[in-house]
Design a protein around this ligand. Structure first.
Ligand code: 13P
Length: 253
């Protein structure tokens, strides 16, 4: 992650339906990386190459998933060296849609993190509680310790964590900036319990969950929140432009 910038990641999920639409979207976004903001696009695998070729130099490329093995008999999977080779900088790992809809386990997530790090990709590790009043401490502690098992102290500085409360994803009901900030502090505290405060006090934590042009600035304007992972609002150029405008206005600190 670039120093002194907030990171905005557009997670397109399984959208859009055609390469033409994807090209239109990327062309509309290209050149819009704003001052103080690092921008990354996470398209479906089939559009990665096209997005890379059309997004301009200042926009980073992210994958939405990765397999933990490098090669071999894993039909349908994509490896970290492949992603690196095609020009990815980041890879989202452990998104709740993969955990709960695709049965991804903590062990798989841990193997994916280690493979991404081995091959020079920055993992964006997504964590978050499922229920609004769920046991956030227990959930975050379990998800983080599981995902970071065997990740060395020299590598923790290469990770980005995304706090995405599952109840806020795709619902139009975002978390509050205060609660998201306390979750970000909790994430650093849990990581600090493993690696020590010195290595984790600046661990980048993004917020994700119904981020829009109306609220991005409120989240990332907070000193302890380092950016946003944007789903639905990244699928229309106009909405995404509003997210970026809000990001710049909130980045006054
Ligand atoms: P929405 O912004 O659509 O709520 O999605 C958030 C998300 O899951 C980003 O990874």
């Amino acid at each position: 992650m670039e120093k002194n910038k907030k990171l905005i990641v557009a997670n397109w999920k399984m959208n859009p339906q055609t390469a033409e639409e994807a090209l239109r979207l990327v062309k509309n976004i290209a050149g819009r990386a704003a001052r103080g903001v690092e921008l990354a696009i996470a398209p479906p695998f089939v559009y990665l190459d096209m997005v890379k070729k059309n997004c301009g130099r200042e926009i980073k490329l992210a994958a939405q998933n990765v397999h933990w093995e490098e090669r071999g008999a894993f039909t349908g999977e994509i490896s970290a060296p492949m992603l690196k080779n095609i020009g990815c900088d980041y890879v989202i790992i452990g998104h709740s849609e993969r955990r709960y809809k695709m049965g991804e386990t903590g062990e798989m997530i841990n193997l994916k993190i280690k493979s991404a790090l081995r091959h020079g990709l920055v993992p964006i590790l997504a964590v978050g509680e499922r229920e609004k009043n769920g046991d956030i401490k227990k959930t975050l502690a379990e998800q983080l310790t599981g995902a970071l098992e065997g990740v060395g102290a020299s590598e923790i500085g290469r990770l980005v964590i995304a706090y995405e409360p599952v109840w806020a994803i795709g619902t139009g009901v975002s978390d509050t900036p205060d609660h998201a900030l306390s979750a970000a502090l909790l994430i650093r505290k849990i990581a600090g319990g493993i690696y020590g405060k010195e290595l984790t006090e600046n661990l980048p934590v993004l917020y994700g969950g119904s981020v829009s042009g109306k609220n991005t600035g409120e989240f990332i304007g907070q000193k302890g929140i380092d950016g946003a992972l944007v789903g639905g609002a990244s699928l229309e150029a106009e909405n995404f432009e509003a997210v970026l405008a809000s990001a710049v206005s909130g980045d006054a600190e």
